[in-house]
Design a protein. Structure first.
Length: 119
């Protein structure tokens, strides 16, 4: 079981950038596809981006060209670089292990990190 701790959220103006980090415990981190999800107030949690163990990536349409997911297996960490942020990106962001084929989370959720984008 991989345990996850997200960090890096904050308050930023529209057009700004943030980089989220997700630190994972466990020696098997590199075997898993990892993903980022987000949950806005009053809405269901939704998929944002995923990266396979080999580095292949997939993004939801609304963040393509603005967000970049990456991973450092030596540090057991996955990142989400978010540029050109919009108010509609405001949400709690979570990372998780992912089934890369269907982009569904397969692990336990952490506490998440709040991202707030002001207009």
């Amino acid at each position: 079981q991989v345990q996850l701790v997200e960090s890096g959220g904050g308050l930023v103006q529209a057009g700004g950038s943030l980089r989220l980090s997700c630190a994972a415990s466990g020696r098997t981190f590199s075997r898993y596809a990892m993903g980022w999800f987000r949950q806005a107030p009053g809405k269901e949690r939704q998929f944002v981006a995923t990266i396979s163990w080999g580095g292949s990536t997939y993004y939801t349409d609304s963040v393509k060209g603005r967000f970049t997911i990456s991973r450092d297996n030596a540090k057991n960490t996955v990142y989400l670089q978010m540029n050109s942020l919009k108010p509609e990106d405001t949400a709690v962001y979570y990372c998780n292990t992912v089934d890369f084929n269907n982009r569904r989370a397969i692990g336990s959720w952490g506490q998440g990190t709040q991202v707030t984008v002001s207009s």
